[in-house]
Design a protein around this ligand. Structure first.
Ligand code: ATP
Length: 231
């Protein structure tokens, strides 16, 4: 569903990605770990079509990201660390606005049902985003992905700055999305979250994927040990 083949990215003389081969299948949740500057966001930005690789290519549902950047957009949803939404609009209004941009026109009941699927309490649906916590904004971001029926979700440090309850709620939503058959690539520094939700774990170091393992083989402590030995 998501694949990168021999992906390289250079910023002038600096090599940010080296020969990245990555494959995430339908229903898989791939947690990409690595120190600051390891190349995680660069990978996500290439998949989003925001930056061009120096060489190699990436594919979403067998569509080349470099050849068809517009076509892949309808399969993709992106949830950054801070979901950018309109603070003066309510949760429902934001969802309606971004759904329409993606070409979907939902009734108010349908929009509300989408927000409910993410666990956003009903009393918040009609309140302005300005009063939402970070975890609540993340839920609206997930609802936008559901509204688009995105088959592939790219998450960049989605639990950074969330409290433990919001993190655990977010983890549960991500697990459900995987069980629905969606493909998820998640860049994270959160080892505990990676172990609890991911099906596969990758560790990047200086632009290379130096570990790629099924997550079932680890406890959080074991992954932390491996991470520290790897980086
Ligand atoms: P973090 O965990 O801090 O988000 P990351 O693993 O996502 O880090 P990237 O943001 O992909 O890392 O950056 C990889 C490397 O590429 C870093 O050394 C960064 O400084 C460099 N880099 C990223 N964008 C640019 C750019 N536009 N121009 C030059 N160098 C860049």
């Amino acid at each position: 569903m998501l694949k990168t083949i021999n992906l390289h990215k250079k910023y002038n003389d600096f090599t940010a990605l080296k020969s990245l081969d990555l494959e995430v299948g339908e229903g898989e949740i791939f947690a990409l770990l690595g120190q600051n500057g390891a190349g995680k966001s660069t990978t996500i930005n290439i998949l989003l079509g925001l930056i061009k690789p120096t060489s190699g290519d990436a594919f979403i549902n067998n569509i080349s990201v470099t050849e068809n950047p517009q076509k892949i957009k309808k399969h993709l949803a992106y949830i950054p660390e801070t979901v950018l939404l309109y603070h003066n609009l309510t949760g429902i209004e934001n969802l309606d606005f971004f759904s329409k941009i993606a070409g979907f026109n939902y009734s108010k009941g349908e929009l509300s049902a989408l927000l409910e699927r993410t666990g956003l309490q009903q009393t918040a649906h009609e309140k302005p985003l300005g009063g939402y916590s970070k975890g609540m904004r993340q839920k609206v971001g997930i609802a936008i992905a559901l509204a688009k029926d995105a088959k592939v979700l790219l998450l960049d440090e989605p639990t950074s700055g969330l409290d433990p309850i919001a993190t655990s709620e977010f983890t549960e939503i991500v697990r459900q999305l995987g069980q629905e058959g969606r493909t998820i690539l998640m860049a994270t520094h959160d080892i505990f979250n990676a172990v609890s939700v991911a099906t596969n774990i990758g560790i990047m170091k200086q632009g290379e994927l130096v570990q790629n393992l099924p997550s079932k083989s680890f406890s959080a402590e074991e992954l932390q040990d491996l991470y520290l030995k790897t980086i």
